[in-house]
Design a protein around this ligand. Structure first.
Ligand SMILES: Cc1ncc(C[n+]2csc(CCOP(=O)(O)OP(=O)(O)O)c2C)c(N)n1
Length: 687
């Protein structure tokens, strides 16, 4: 395709064509660029066609931007996809997955064979519908839910700045690039991401906006009239607009962005479905196969003569050369790491691997010793703070934070300095009132590696974090959410702030562990389990109100590790009643047990800090913990959903079935009947 053709095609959707000056480029360079970009287009068209599903529009439109970025700017080595100092590339618009799969193939990622491209969207292939982290080498994060990738990238860029401050620019010096679409930027989370990145002056974050003016319903003008450049500028970014089909302009903008002292937005005006004779510039190319006729027309228009899934050597060779160009940089980096003093190197490597070493167990032990020596009747949020003093001292990779509730969430240990633009070496992030952004940025930090992020907000606002928590669970990321004010026990703030269904809703997310410790000892044990668990995220649901310390003797083992355990055994014979409870309701169950004992009814209390661990325990172990008492009663200041797995459908539940109310917490517990008397009554009624 000639230059005039390109400009013509691009101009079909240019709302404001005057914003995009054409930049001249030498014809030979341009011709090679076009051939290379067209290789992406051909693979994307053909793979979507073969799969009979997928999104060709974005890869066709963004091929020029991606070609310039990957062949001239991005630092990576396909022979070592996990190289810690690689630049990160996040395809936030995950529906355009064929763009990244085509790139991985063309650049020579070993596992991304042409067979995988042919198997696009097929079960078991490395080319699922949307990119999946941990599944396909070279994919930095799972994307698809719009806005998440962009926000993950903010977390990656924070991680880079922090680790550079800790370990030095010789070993940590990379840039995070994002390709974001209109949809990414329309999502509310993008505002949180942009504001946070601008505030933190994350200069090594560069967002390439695929500014094609089209989404699924049609032209963006149907639903949006934001000036994105001004929006980013208002948040402290550098922003520019370019013709996203002009390689020279793309390269120049990237050069400028790399030299910026702020994060950069490059709005790349592109034509969705570029090259498709009838569907380019229209939503018709967004999310369905182009069809044989249109593909034939696109081949002609692009001057692409090779059969489907064949990349001529003259085009594949320069792509593979581009893929190979990062290896010397990676080898030089290996040498620099090897030259670190042995202690720094060991620490860098430990953190990169995500190993927590011996320090954690010692810190947990120290906390437990103190609690055994001087028991504490405190809120579990305060117990968490007490634990964090020791844990954060032992694990420098813990980066804490809160969404503007630091004093309520108790997530800041005294020694922690603020991480900000003036000091990236700090370890506590004031995320602002941005729960969703916080959770997605934490995912980015965990994905980056070298950091264990933990956060703070109220449990009721887990709903605001949920899409990011779900993705953390899907990706198996170790992120830890401290969520306080975990029930009506928070009292006077009333039903807007009182979580009712949130515990159940979180327990419904696969691969997420929800911990609700009952006292200070369980709190540190749950922290230990969350920190040791590399396989997925955790939520610690913690009280605002004080709870007694129920465990007074020192346990060296972690009793929460099985998810539940017998807190008080039955006296005076086999238990007629098993009382199950979590968190603040365990003490209520213990008091109920005493009432039952006074009536000659032997009962036991089982503390259930973590459903997921209990339900995953081997059959015999789980059955032994649950026991065989004729009557099972569960008590939790939330809804029943989920408890049947433990107490059975015939079990009795003492809790809530509607929203809470505003009032002092003790009165609320009375009002809603979550009291020892009511629990005892409920048990007696069943005997
Ligand atoms: C959170 C979320 N909502 C909705 C969707 C469904 N969806 C996929 S792409 C898209 C918008 C497409 O427009 P754009 O982002 O501009 O991508 P393009 O059409 O340029 O490929 C939507 C609504 C999604 N993936 N994520």
């Amino acid at each position: 395709m000639t230059m005039p053709d390109r400009i013509l095609a691009a101009s079909t959707v240019l709302a404001q064509p005057s914003r995009f000056p054409a930049t001249a480029m030498s014809p030979t360079g341009r011709a090679e660029h076009d051939r290379m970009a067209n290789a992406i287009r051909a693979l994307a068209m053909d793979a979507v066609e073969r799969a009979k599903a997928g999104h060709p529009g974005l890869p066709l439109g963004a091929a020029d931007v991606a070609t310039v970025l990957f062949t001239r700017f991005l630092k990576f080595d396909p022979s070592d996809p996990a190289w810690p100092d690689r630049d990160r590339f996040v395809l936030s618009a995950g529906h355009g997955s064929m763009l990244i799969y085509a790139l991985l193939y063309l650049l020579g990622y070993e596992k991304m064979t042409i067979e995988e491209i042919k198997n696009f969207r097929q079960l078991g292939s490395l080319t699922p519908g949307h990119p999946e982290y941990g599944h396909t080498p070279g994919i930095e994060t799972t994307t698809g839910p719009l806005g998440q990738g962009l926000t993950n990238a903010v977390g990656m860029a924070i991680a880079e700045r922090h680790l550079a401050a800790v370990f030095g620019g010789d070993v940590v010096d990379h840039t995070t690039y994002v390709l974001a679409s209109d949809g990414d930027l329309m999502e509310g989370i993008s505002q949180e991401a942009i504001a946070l990145a601008g505030h933190l002056k994350l200069k090594k974050l560069i967002v390439l906006f695929d500014d094609n003016g089209i989404s699924i319903d049609g032209p963006l003008t149907l639903a949006d009239s934001v000036d994105q450049a001004k929006r980013f500028e208002a948040a402290g970014w550098a922003a520019t607009r370019i013709d996203g089909h002009d390689p020279a302009a793309i390269a120049a903008a990237l050069e400028t962005a790399k030299a910026s002292d702020r994060p950069s937005l490059i709005a790349c005006r592109t034509t969705i479905g570029f090259g498709a004779p009838n569907k380019a510039g229209s939503e018709k190319s967004h999310g369905s196969p182009l069809g044989a006729e249109e593909i034939a027309g696109a081949r002609e228009k692009l001057g692409w003569n090779a059969p489907p899934f064949e990349i001529p050597a003259a085009i594949l060779d320069p792509w593979r050369a581009a893929g190979a160009r990062g290896k010397p940089a990676r080898l030089a980096w290996d040498m620099r790491v090897a030259a670190l003093d042995s202690q720094t190197r060991a620490e860098f490597e430990r953190r990169t691997r995500g190993d927590i070493g011996q320090a954690l167990a010692a810190a947990v032990d120290e906390v437990k010793q103190k609690l055994a020596a001087a028991p504490k009747e405190i809120a579990t949020r305060s117990a968490s703070e007490f634990a964090l003093e020791a844990l954060t001292a032992a694990l420098p990779e813990m980066i804490g934070g809160s969404a503007d509730l630091t004093g309520s969430n108790n997530t800041r240990a005294k020694a922690m300095k603020t991480l900000n633009a003036a000091d990236y070496g700090g370890r506590f992030i004031h995320y602002g009132v941005r729960e969703h952004g916080m959770a997605a940025a934490m995912n980015g930090m965990a994905l980056h590696g070298g950091i264990i992020p933990y956060s703070g907000t109220f449990l009721v606002f887990s709903d605001y974090c949920r899409p990011a928590i779900r993705l953390a669970a899907l990706m198996g990321l170790r992120v830890i959410h401290v969520m306080t004010h975990d029930s009506i026990g928070l009292g006077e703030d009333g039903p807007t702030h009182q979580p009712i269904e949130q515990l159940a809703a979180l327990r419904a997310i696969p691969n997420l562990k929800v911990y609700r410790p009952c006292d200070a000892v369980e709190t540190v044990e749950c922290w230990q389990l969350a920190l040791e668990d590399k396989s997925g995220p955790s939520v610690l649901a913690l009280t605002r109100q004080n709870v007694p310390q129920l465990r007074l003797t020192l346990d060296t083992g972690n009793r929460c590790a099985h998810g539940a355990y017998e807190r008080v055994a039955a006296k005076g014979g086999a238990a007629s009643v098993s009382l199950f409870a979590s968190g603040s309701e365990v003490a209520i169950a213990v008091a109920a047990l005493k009432l039952l004992a006074a009536q000659g009814v032997p009962a036991r209390v089982v503390s259930v800090p973590c459903f997921e661990l209990l339900l995953a325990a081997p059959d015999a172990e789980r059955k032994a913990i649950i026991g065989r008492a004729p009557v099972n009663v569960a008590v939790e200041a939330g809804i029943r959903q989920g408890w049947d797995a433990i107490i059975g459908s015939e079990g009795t539940f003492v809790g809530l079935s509607g929203f809470g109310a505003s009032g002092p917490f003790k009165q609320l517990y009375q009002h809603f009947g979550i009291t020892p008397e009511k629990v005892a009554e409920a048990a007696l009624a069943r005997l």
